[in-house]
Ligand binder design. Structure first.
Ligand code: GDP
Ligand code: MG
Length: 163
């Protein structure tokens, strides 16, 4: 399989909401391997005539001793290995967190296209608040609202251009 896009980020930033929106009414492929389905969902979609597979991952917890979190961590590491492009999702409602910084430190070294995506940008105030994510050191970002799809087009234009 080629043209794989992985969505990574800490829990509750809105990865699954965004994923479900993109694969809505399209054939969803859920990995059948036991113990994997919970943390790793695959879907096929297309944009501008280009097909790609999307991976929704569990949260990304760095350096955790918790078994469950370590398992999620592993799933995301797999996604990073497997993906051709990575969507790193963060949440403007909560702002920059330590976990975001940990993930950013890892993604800065990934030699693949990484798209920093600030989610939950539901209004103009939140669009302004998003500037704080420059602090992650990943450069420019896209703003989206997974609940209504706003901003998705510009992001996907850039993502499929990188595939
Ligand atoms: P995940 O853990 O990263 O997969 O996050 P989920 O997709 O499960 O979403 C976590 C919470 O954020 C849910 O309550 C969603 O309804 C909410 N959420 C997702 N996208 C948006 C958005 O664009 N705006 C707002 N306000 N809430 C959102
Ligand atoms: Mg999720």
């Amino acid at each position: 399989m080629s043209n794989i896009v992985a969505i990574v980020g800490r829990p509750n930033v809105g990865k699954s909401t965004f994923f479900n929106r993109l694969i809505q009414r399209r054939e969803a492929i859920v990995d059948a391997v036991s113990g994997v389905t919970r943390d790793r969902h695959y879907g096929k979609t297309d944009w501008n005539g280009k097909e790609f597979s999307l991976i929704d991952t569990g949260g990304y917890v760095v350096g955790s001793d918790d078994i469950f979190e370590a398992e999620i961590d592993k799933q995301v590491e797999l996604a990073i290995d497997e993906a051709d492009a990575i969507i790193f999702m963060v949440d403007v409602e909560s702002g920059v967190t330590g976990m975001d910084e940990d993930v950013a430190n890892i993604l800065r070294r990934v030699k693949k296209p990484v798209f920093l995506v600030v989610n939950k940008v539901d209004n103009a105030k939140r669009a302004e608040d998003a500037v704080e994510f420059y602090a992650l050191g990943l450069g420019d970002y896209y703003t989206v609202a997974g609940i209504n799809g706003s901003g998705t087009g510009d992001l996907l234009d850039a993502v499929v251009a990188a595939l």
